[in-house]
Design a protein around this ligand. Structure first.
Ligand code: HEM
Length: 624
């Protein structure tokens, strides 16, 4: 019987005992004794203990040899190559695990992986941390096969993913596979239908609230606002919008005090800035859990070693659940009061959930999954757009001109005309390319070894198949794929929205591009767009295939609407580096690198489950 993902300790200890300790060591011991003709009981205790100890690595080594042999055979029989291994200095590549965790704290986002790929000259590697296969890849062909082609039925989020997320996301849509996931997706899909995500009233309401806050920050002489943490403000905007959109009631976080307001010193939270009120505690916990889970993701299947005695997410999960309890209670009470006869027209996603189950935990987890999807991703997109607007005043000016040409100083966007803002689409695409809100993800292979096509195993070979061993986690890194120079050109790391624009209109017919891809068609067919259409898997901010983001159109409409009104009201933006909390400025050693954005990055991009700016994005806005 499979162990429930919540019992990670049990799984780990059983794995350990099954694979390394008991059966093999006993077997080895008795075989050895049989061969030498000794009787076990005639051995001294010291010799017995010694034999037991030696048997463990010996059997471990035999197992590794067997795995390698069977994978090599499977590779040969399917004409596929084995994936190159990372060769660390310590047994079990533990030095690699240590470096990885260290790099997460000190280096530029994904630098550790980028350096490994450079060092080995490949696009796919097996890190083999603690002797277990863990593949990392930046090969778009592999990603395509994981997500679509061979993919969905063979590669799942899988048990190990669920185990890491279970305490946070429970049985929600992000954390389930196969039938359970399909049921969630079916429930959620109608809430993202075109007519619903094109209703701009909610965007208008919360954009107006956010701009009102910004207006209140304009200083007395009126030439600028006080410095504010845009990342925090945008997270409130997206949280309030998503909660009203999905649950029919907003969490109203925009009405609460902002970090640094009221003369309080700015505190650094797990991701951005933090504040000491009830919502501040929720936001802290919500971010803390994500940071802890992403550490679990990166250190591989041995993560339970570090949490054998304490689930490090437990404290934060309690805070999150306490904060959301009233929302869940209200939904269930509403259902009971109405005796399950809800008016379909006014039914919200939460009502619908409450109607489909009596289980409080299930409702809470579904709600939490949606909040994660709706808050952090879109606020990341908006934060990095504003970061780029700070760094590139010429882009801000051009974008603002486009906005004013379309809507003047106070016109309001509608779905039909929003699509005409080609430069805005280009800016959004370019931001999603350089800072995808979900920078890395993973899938688990099934019980059989699989040969899957890849574009190149190394820089010297092309059109190969590689062998994915059974039950193996594959981490695919969209952040690095979207910055690959061989795919995007020498200026791959440069923010250049123009790559999405061109005068040439020869880009194929609408039928060739699905509705979900409309975003990418609108700007024209610039270099980036042409490359993307030729190979859509080089640009995957929303992923692809059956698990493609459900909220894609909602998020793009929301971000576009917000940016139009923001640019009507403010003519430019400046980074407020003087207001960044201590420890959040990019480290000096980044500048010494010979190449890469980190030499000139002015913020510290990091990622947990989603990408974020360490310490928050502190900016000043200049009113028009
Ligand atoms: C810029 C904004 C966004 C980005 C970049 C983004 C990206 C993604 C990605 C990469 C996935 C796939 C995750 C995986 O397979 O593990 C995903 C899934 C999902 N997203 Fe988004 N997302 C965004 C906004 C939103 C919003 C605003 C919502 C809802 C309000 C949303 C709802 C979902 C849902 C429900 C799924 C799960 C789909 C499934 O597993 O079937 N997303 N998103």
């Amino acid at each position: 019987m499979p162990i429930h993902p919540r019992h990670y300790r049990l799984r780990f200890l059983l794995d350990l005992s099954w694979t390394v300790l008991f059966p093999p060591s006993q077997l080895c011991l008795f075989t050895a004794l049989k061969i030498t003709g000794c009787s076990y009981t005639s051995l001294s205790v010291i010799v017995r203990v010694l034999l037991h100890c030696l048997a463990v690595p010996f059997i471990g080594w035999l197992r590794i040899c067997w795995d390698e042999y069977s994978n090599a055979r499977a590779a040969a029989s399917s004409n596929a190559a084995s994936i190159p291994r990372v060769r660390g200095k310590w047994p079990g590549n533990l030095d690699i695990a240590v470096k990885l965790v260290k790099s997460m704290h000190e280096d530029y986002l994904m630098q550790f992986f980028a350096d490994l790929f450079d060092e080995y000259g490949v696009h796919t590697l097996n890190t083999r941390i603690f002797w277990s296969n863990q593949i990392i890849t930046i090969d778009q062909e592999i990603v395509k096969n994981l997500l679509t082609g061979i993919g969905p039925d063979r590669f799942h989020k899988g048990y190990y993913w669920q185990e890491r997320f279970e305490s946070f996301l429970g049985n929600g849509i992000f954390n389930r596979d196969k039938e359970e996931w399909r049921a969630h997706r079916q429930i959620a899909r109608p809430w993202f239908a075109k007519e619903r995500v094109s209703d701009f009233n909610i965007f208008e309401k919360y954009t107006d609230r956010t701009l009102k806050i910004l207006s209140s920050l304009i200083t007395q002489h009126g030439s600028t606002t006080r410095a504010f943490d845009a990342q925090d403000l945008f997270a409130r905007f997206t949280l309030d919008t998503a909660s009203e959109f999905l649950f029919g009631q907003s969490l109203n976080t925009l009405t609460l005090e902002l970090p640094g307001q009221g003369g309080h010193a700015v505190k650094m939270g797990p991701k951005g800035s933090a504040i000491d009120d009830e919502f501040g505690s929720f936001a802290w916990a919500f971010e803390d859990v994500q940071v802890k889970i992403s550490t679990r993701m990166r250190i591989g299947n041995i993560w339970p070693i570090f949490e054998l005695f304490q689930d490090k997410t437990q404290k934060s999960n309690t805070v999150i659940h306490d904060f959301l309890r009233p929302l869940v209670d209200q939904a269930l009470d509403k259902k009971n009061r109405r005796d399950d006869k809800l008016d379909e027209g006014s039914e919200t996603f939460l009502d619908h959930l409450a109607r489909s189950t009596e289980d409080r935990d299930t409702v809470r987890f579904q709600l939490l999954n949606m909040l994660l999807a709706g808050r952090d991703t879109t606020s990341t997109l908006l934060s990095f757009v504003v970061y780029f607007l700070c760094c590139h005043p010429e882009v801000t000016a051009r974008l603002r001109t486009e906005v004013l040409d379309h809507y003047g100083h106070d016109g309001r966007p509608a779905l039909e005309n929003l699509k005409g803002l080609k430069y805005l689409r280009a800016v959004l695409n370019e931001t999603l390319r350089l800072f995808p809100p979900v920078p890395m993800n993973s899938r688990l292979s099934d019980n059989s070894p699989r040969a899957i096509p890849c574009t190149s195993l190394s820089t010297h070979t092309t059109n190969f198949s590689i062998l994915i061993p059974p039950n193996t986690t594959i981490l695919y890194n969209t952040f690095l794929i979207q910055r690959r120079k061989d795919l995007w050109g020498e200026d791959a790391e440069v923010f250049r929205p123009e790559r999405w624009l061109s005068n040439n209109t020869n880009i194929g017919t609408d039928e060739e591009v699905s509705e979900n891809d409309l975003l990418f068609m609108d700007p024209g067919d610039g270099d980036g767009l042409r490359k993307m259409i030729k190979d859509p898997f080089i640009f995957l901010p929303f992923h692809a295939g059956p698990r493609v983001c459900l909220g894609q159109n909602f998020a793009l409409n929301e971000a576009s609407y917000f940016l139009v009104l923001l640019l009507q009201r403010f003519k430019s933006f400046e980074l407020a580096e003087d207001s960044m909390p201590e420890g959040s400025s990019p480290p000096l050693h980044w500048k010494k690198r010979r190449s890469g954005r980190q030499r000139y990055e002015r913020i510290w991009p990091k990622s947990s489950v989603t990408t974020f700016v360490k310490g928050g994005l502190w900016v000043r806005a200049i009113p028009a």
